[in-house]
Design a protein around this ligand. Structure first.
Ligand code: SF4
Length: 330
């Protein structure tokens, strides 16, 4: 077995080699999950899961050509584009999410990058959500350094910007921007003092080596992202979904486990694709070190089978929502 020996202190490190990450991926499944559990228990309560809510503040019409995304103008998905939501409407949703128990409010806009006038409105949203006593996260596309500073001044806690896949596979997924563009925005966000939420998508037709490359790219950033969303491809009617082979759930669980071991103090978020997973797969993901999920605000505020199923699963597994102070400061 060529995987690195068990790391008993599970301290975060950014000098992972690709060979070390590859060796983790091929560990026997029980050994991999045992190591992931050890890393998880060193830094977190293994029975707590952090819950975030996500609101699309501007949907569709995005000029980028991400082949997995229903919001790209390049993908004929039938999605109706909307304008940027009114600030007061966003704050009303945030208030409802808070009343339903959410601690973090994430706002997403389908842009290549924000225009300055749009950023003014987003800053007012961030200020308003902060004033409610919630953590804030936004995802707006590529940022310049001054834009990142403006968001920080507005009180932004987290910025989501995913690397999506390995550097080598990236051009098969997106052609309108480069991996380097992504890394530069992450650098601006980090230098502005905003926490980073950055992960990727599994099941887009990438090879096992590409999954190694994604986790390696994330784990060798100068600082590990505080949140690492791992998505399973959904992308209804998108080119990626039309051509990719079906994802083996155990490969997804392996990816979660390797992310947990390689970035032991990060929140590993079970993100898109969770609704399509069986309870057993989700339970294995929590066992492999996932400790964060998304709840949409509508799911929190209206009777909803998905929200009911989540509550039932938490009850069956004995999981509890993580309190606000539970975030890693890695
Ligand atoms: S940048 Fe974001 S919203 Fe735009 S197409 Fe890509 S994933 Fe979709």
């Amino acid at each position: 077995m060529n995987a690195p020996a068990r790391d008993l202190d599970h301290a975060p490190r950014s000098d992972w080699t690709r060979a070390e990450i590859a060796a983790l991926f091929v560990l026997p499944f029980p050994e991999l999950l045992f190591r992931a559990q050890c890393a998880h228990r060193t830094h977190f309560d293994p029975n707590q899961v952090q819950i975030s809510t996500l609101l699309s503040i501007k949907t569709g019409g995005c000029p980028e050509d991400c082949s997995y995304c229903t919001q790209s103008v390049h993908n004929d998905t039938g999605l109706k584009a909307t304008r940027l939501m009114d600030v007061e409407a966003v704050l009303a949703d945030a208030r409802a999410a808070k009343e339903a128990g959410a601690s973090r409010f994430c706002m997403g806009a389908a842009w290549r990058s924000p225009k300055d006038r749009d950023l003014d409105a987003v800053c007012r949203m961030v200020e308003g959500v902060k004033a409610l006593g919630m953590e804030t996260c936004v995802t707006l596309g590529m940022l310049t350094a001054p834009q990142a500073s403006r968001l920080k001044q507005a009180g932004l806690d987290y910025y989501n910007h995913n690397l999506d896949t390995s550097p080598e596979y990236y051009r098969h997924v997106i052609t309108t921007r480069s991996y380097q563009d992504r890394l530069e925005t992450l650098d601006h966000v980090r230098h502005a003092g905003i926490a980073v939420c950055c992960g990727g998508i599994i099941g887009m037709g990438e090879s096992a080596d590409d999954r190694v490359g994604l986790i390696h790219a994330l784990a060798t950033l100068p600082m590990h992202p505080e949140s690492v969303p791992i998505n399973a491809l959904v992308g209804d009617n998108t080119p990626a979904a039309a051509s990719a082979p079906k994802l083996d759930p155990l490969d997804f669980v392996r990816t979660i486990a390797v992310a947990r071991i390689a970035m032991p103090r990060s929140m590993v978020r079970l993100s898109a694709g969770r609704e399509q997973m069986s309870e057993e797969t989700q339970a294995l993901c929590f066992l492999a070190g996932a400790n964060s999920i998304f709840y949409g605000p509508k799911l929190l505020t209206t009777p909803n089978p998905v929200a009911d199923a989540d509550r039932a699963l938490f009850g069956k597994l004995g999981l509890a929502p993580m309190p606000l102070t539970g975030e890693s400061d890695a």
